[in-house]
Design a protein around this ligand. Structure first.
Ligand SMILES: C[S@@+](CC[C@H](N)C(=O)[O-])C[C@H]1O[C@@H](n2cnc3c(N)ncnc32)[C@H](O)[C@@H]1O
Length: 360
C-alpha cells in the first residue's frame, strides 16, 4: 500500500475477486478518504454493499458513486458551455439528469445550453422546469419572463441582479476579458477623453454598477474621489481588492444617486443599464446627483426598434432615440453618442451605444 493510494485500487480489486469482500471494502474506503472523487472505488464499494457482502446502506453507497460521476460530468459540461460547445454541454447535462433527475444545476445548464444553441423554445422549457422547482429564485423568474410570452418587467429586480452577479463574480474578469473580449470600460473612457473640455482632473466620480472595478481602473487617475456602488456584495469584494475606491457602497444605484444630491462631477455606468429597461428614474436620479456641468457616461445594448425591450438574454436593449428622449425628460442633454461593439456573445458582436449626457 502506498501513501498516495496509487496501488490501493489494484489491491482492493484483487481482494474482491478472491472473495475477500470485507478487506476489499476496507481498502476502497481508505482510497476514498485519500481521493474522494475516485469513481471506480465508489462504484466497486457500492457493488459490494448492494450484494450484501459488506455492511452499509446500499442506497447511500449508490448515491455516493452517482454523485461523483455526475459531479465530474458537470465540470465537463460547464467547460463545454464556457467554450460554446453546446452540443457537448447538452449531452453532458442530459446524461447527468439520466443519472440524477433532481440535479438542479443540470436543469439550469440545459436551459443555458439550449439558449446558446439557438433553441429558445427548449431553453424556456428548462427555465420553466427550474422555476417550478424554485418559484422564489429571481434568476429563473427573470429568464421565464424574458423568454416567455407573459408580461415583462421594466427592469431586472434587485434580487435578480444580486444573485446573478454574486454567482458570476469569481469568474467575471476572466470570462469577460478573455472569453468575451469585453471592451465597454475602455470604450467609455475613450469617449470621455474625446469629449473632454480640459477640466477632467480632480473629479468627484461615481462608478455606478462598479462590479469588480474594471471601469474604475480606467477613470482613477481623473478622480479626486472615486466611489463605487453595486448591488452585488461578491462583486464589491473584488472591487475592494483593487484598492482604487475611496468608498464602496452596496446599494441600488438610482437610490444611491437620489440620496447624494450634487455630489458628483462624473458618473460612469459601463454595461449596467442593460439591467434597467425603463431609464426614467435612473436618469432623473443621475440628474440629482450631478453637479452643474457634470456628466453621465454610459453604454447600452442597442436596438433599432422603438423604446427598450427585454431580450432573450435577460438583458435590456435600448434605442438611442429613447435614451435622448429620456435624458431630456430628466433635464440632461446629450453631448455625444456613438455606436460601438461592446463585446462578443456566442460568436457575434454585441452592438452597443455609448453616450455622454450633461447636466446644464
Ligand atoms: C456587467 S457588470 C459591469 C460591471 C462594471 N461596470 C464593468 O464594466 O466591469 C454589471 C454590474 O452592475 C451591477 N448592477 C446592475 N444593476 C444595478 C443596480 N440597479 N444597482 C446597482 N448595481 C447594479 C451588477 O451587480 C454588476 O456588478
Amino acid at each position: 500500500m502506498t501513501a498516495d493510494g496509487t496501488d490501493l485500487f489494484g489491491q482492493a480489486s484483487a481482494l474482491a475477486s478472491e472473495g475477500k469482500s470485507k478487506d476489499a471494502a476496507f481498502l476502497y474506503r481508505q482510497l476514498l478518504e485519500i481521493q474522494p472523487q475516485h469513481l471506480a472505488a465508489a462504484q466497486a464499494l457500492a457493488d459490494l454493499v448492494a450484494r450484501g457482502d459488506v455492511a452499509g446502506d446500499p442506497a447511500a453507497a449508490c448515491k455516493a458513486a452517482i454523485d461523483i460521476e455526475t459531479g465530474s460530468i458537470y465540470s465537463v459540461a460547464k467547460t463545454a458551455l464556457n467554450h460554446e460547445r453546446f452540443d457537448v454541454a447538452l449531452r453532458c447535462y442530459r446524461k447527468i439528469l439520466d443519472l440524477d433527475p433532481e440535479y438542479e444545476d443540470a436543469i439550469w445548464g440545459l436551459a443555458e445550453a439550449n439558449y446558446g444553441n439557438g433553441d429558445r423554445k427548449e431553453a424556456l422549457v428548462w427555465y420553466r422546469r427550474y422555476h417550478d422547482l424554485f418559484p422564489d429564485d429571481p434568476e429563473a423568474a427573470h429568464m421565464v419572463a424574458a423568454l416567455g410570452d407573459g408580461p415583462k418587467p421594466v427592469r431586472a429586480s434587485d434580487a435578480y441582479v444580486k444573485e446573478t452577479f454574486d454567482n458570476f463574480a469569481e469568474d467575471f474578469d476572466r470570462q469577460l476579458l478573455e472569453d468575451l473580449e469585453y471592451k465597454a470600460p475602455k470604450l467609455i473612457y475613450a469617449l470621455f477623453r474625446d469629449v473632454s473640455t480640459g477640466k477632467d482632473k480632480n473629479l468627484a466620480i461615481l462608478d455606478a454598477g462598479c462590479g469588480t472595478g474594471l471601469a474604475g481602473v480606467e477613470f482613477k487617475s481623473h478622480a479626486s474621489s472615486l466611489i463605487g456602488v453595486d448591488l452585488s456584495p461578491e462583486m464589491l469584494k473584488l472591487a475592494e481588492k483593487r484598492k482604487i475606491y475611496d468608498e464602496l457602497l452596496q446599494e441600488e444605484l438610482a437610490a444611491c444617486m437620489q440620496a447624494r444630491a450634487g455630489a458628483f462631477d462624473l458618473i460612469v455606468a459601463a454595461d449596467v443599464f442593460c439591467y434597467i429597461g425603463d431609464l426614467a428614474d435612473t436618469l432623473a436620479a443621475a440628474g440629482v446627483a450631478l453637479r452643474s456641468s457634470g456628466r453621465l457616461i454610459f453604454s447600452v445594448e442597442a436596438q433599432s426598434k422603438r423604446g427598450f425591450s427585454l431580450t432573450g438574454s435577460g438583458r435590456y436593449a435600448h434605442k438611442p432615440a429613447y435614451i435622448r428622449k429620456a435624458a431630456e425628460k430628466a433635464g440632461l442633454r446629450e453631448v455625444s453618442g456613438r455606436n460601438e461593439n461592446l463585446r462578443m456573445e456566442y460568436g457575434e458582436p454585441v452592438k452597443g451605444y455609448l453616450t455622454v449626457l450633461e447636466k446644464p
